[in-house]
Design a binder for this molecule. Structure first.
Ligand code: NAD
Length: 526
């Protein structure tokens, strides 16, 4: 145990460290998880009790679809009612417990997650098909998110602020108070960090939670729920219900919910903003973090090695299934050929394999539906006169039991083609060229999204122009490790703009926590 505790932490940025000890240990944990922890019944957790109410379903492991991650239970409308009722019943007690006690419980949950980080990362790897480093990085991020927001609560004294007095006998102060019950609805691709980031802010603020993970991510959903419950959260404070769109819609529409924290696609998020945010008796908070079509600009002055590495990692890390993925690259026309030569060779050398293996860079796509979208996009590119480099489906052996593809690089598409504009969420990079950086940034901005944007340049003036004009919540420059994927607490914020999220209302940033609370002004004559 001590040896394990001494292993270096994996973050998304320290890609060059020696992780041989981490690999040796993690390899054993993955094998153990694969051998003994898959295929089990994983009940929901409602009002302090496990529950198998609802329709049972098996979630296949994307790495090898012959394996079942487990049996989960899509909560019926009755079970959604029970979960909301349990959360409502527990809310006042949770609020009255006071923020210092809630902070202590959150920290206890972070400690438990830290003690179980290899197990949870192995579950995440098997569930999403993440590489080893991505899975471990995500769990570390989640632990830090809990500790960061616990610290924010403390640093802000529970968000109570004395105000000036208009009259010496009048005491005035503002306080942030919980809304009540939050629905937390999470996507499949960061099932640990995003689920916990949203949930812990809701909880620290004094709300109780009904959490619905992606239907593909019930395994980590249950492991996270166990950490929170075992840390000592009272019954009903955190409730886990599984299921897909139907359960999510029943939860979001429930009249007993006071706010929603959602991360997922643009279409679903916008619907929640419209229907839940102002569709009821009164306005309710919807913190929505959504998709992106994220450009990267490579200027003539860029360092080519850094740019090739950064664009490659952004575009194809986690099979392009990151909201932050750089899915369209703008190349200055003077370096386009040189860049593409190197980039295509580097992409062809990426190892696409079982992500349980340490050498694997890309695992499978999450589902057969994602594979269909990939193949349709390839055909669309070809029929529009584009050239697709790579992008083959892999077959034989394990490849026949998952959706394994080589990354696709598409050149020669008309500039106004939808493949340059729409989020695809797959390892599919479209290439555009430019002669003027300002013009390229305007073209990159002309999408319904605004999540991440990156630049590779050696010119300070170009960097400045990019930072001033790129329309995205997250900007990065000259990173060989690519887009900042994580909302690494205290280091990087993750937030959307335009159709990717409502600024700091979405991402896990420094101003995220207060949004789970409403402001109340107190004026008392003494
Ligand atoms: P999704 O929108 O399909 O599903 C997200 C969640 O919403 C799931 O739990 C799903 O079951 C639920 N859901 C689906 N339809 C619903 C409905 N009608 N009512 C209520 N709930 C519903 O997204 P996904 O495929 O799981 O994840 C990928 C998407 O998430 C991409 O668009 C990606 O860009 C986005 N994403 C954004 C961020 C970010 O921070 N901006 C992070 C991760 C993922």
């Amino acid at each position: 145990m001590n040896d394990v505790a001494a292993l270096p932490r994996v973050t998304y940025s320290n890609i060059a460290e020696d992780f041989s000890g981490v690999h040796a240990h993690f390899g054993k944990v993955i094998a153990e998880m694969r051998g003994r922890q898959l295929g089990l019944e994983r009940p929901n957790h409602v009002g302090g009790r496990d529950s198998t109410e609802g329709t049972a379903y098996d979630a296949p492991c994307p790495i090898d679809r012959r394996l079942s991650l487990g049996t989960f239970f899509a909560a019926s409308p009755r079970e959604v009612d029970s979960a909301v009722a349990a959360a409502r019943a527990a809310q006042r007690g949770w609020r009255d417990l006071g923020w210092p006690r809630r902070v202590a419980l959150a920290r206890a949950a972070a400690d438990l997650l830290e003690a179980r980080k290899f197990e949870v990362a192995a579950a995440c790897l098997l569930e999403v098909g993440k590489s080893r480093m991505e899975a471990l990085g995500e769990v570390e991020e989640a632990i830090d998110l809990i500790r960061f927001y616990a610290g924010e609560m403390e640093a802000n004294d529970g968000f109570r602020r004395d105000l000036a007095r208009a009259n010496p006998r009048e005491e005035t102060f503002d306080v942030l108070r919980p809304y009540g019950v939050f629905a937390v609805i999470a996507p499949f691709n960061f099932p640990v960090a995003l689920s916990l980031g949203m949930s812990i802010c809701a909880l620290l603020a004094g709300n109780t939670v009904v959490f619905k993970p992606s239907p593909m991510a019930g395994l980590t959903g249950r492991l996270l729920s166990d950490c929170l419950v075992e840390a000592g959260l009272p019954a009903g404070v955190f409730n886990l219900i599984c299921g897909g769109a139907e359960t999510g819609a029943a939860l979001a529409a429930h009249s007993g919910i006071d706010g929603i924290a959602f991360t997922g696609s643009h279409a679903v998020g916008m619907r929640m903003l419209r229907e839940f945010g102002c569709g009821g008796r009164h306005a309710r908070p919807v913190l929505a973090e959504m998709g992106g079509k994220n450009p990267t600009y490579v200027a003539a002055s860029a360092d080519l090695d850094t740019a090739v590495s950064g664009v490659l990692r952004s575009a194809f890390g986690l099979q392009g299934q990151k909201c932050s993925a750089g899915s369209v690259v703008f190349l200055h026309e003077t370096l386009a050929d040189a860049f593409l030569d190197r980039f295509r060779s580097a992409a062809a050398a990426l190892v696409v394999d079982d992500p349980c293996e340490r050498e694997s860079f890309m695992g499978p796509l999450i589902s057969e539906a994602a594979l269909e979208r990939f193949e349709t996009s390839r055909m669309q590119a070809k029929s529009a006169g584009g050239r697709v480099h790579g992008g083959e489906r892999l077959t034989g052996g394990l490849y026949d039991h998952g959706a394994y593809v080589r990354p696709a690089i598409v050149t020669g598409l008309p500039d106004d083609h939808a493949l340059h504009r729409d989020e695809l969420f797959m390892p599919f990079l479209t290439v555009r060229t430019f002669s003027d950086l300002g013009d390229a940034i305007a073209r990159g901005n002309a999408v319904p999204y605004g999540l991440t944007a990156g630049v590779y340049t050696g010119e300070p003036a170009e960097l400045e122009e990019f930072l001033e004009t790129a329309e995205a919540g997250v900007l990065y420059a000259n990173r060989a490790s690519g887009a900042t994927t994580g909302a690494w607490p205290g280091i990087q914020t993750f937030c959307g703009w335009k159709g990717s999220g409502t600024g700091s209302k979405g991402g896990l940033g420094a101003w995220y926590l207060p949004q789970f609370m409403r402001e109340q002004s107190h004026t008392i004559m003494r």
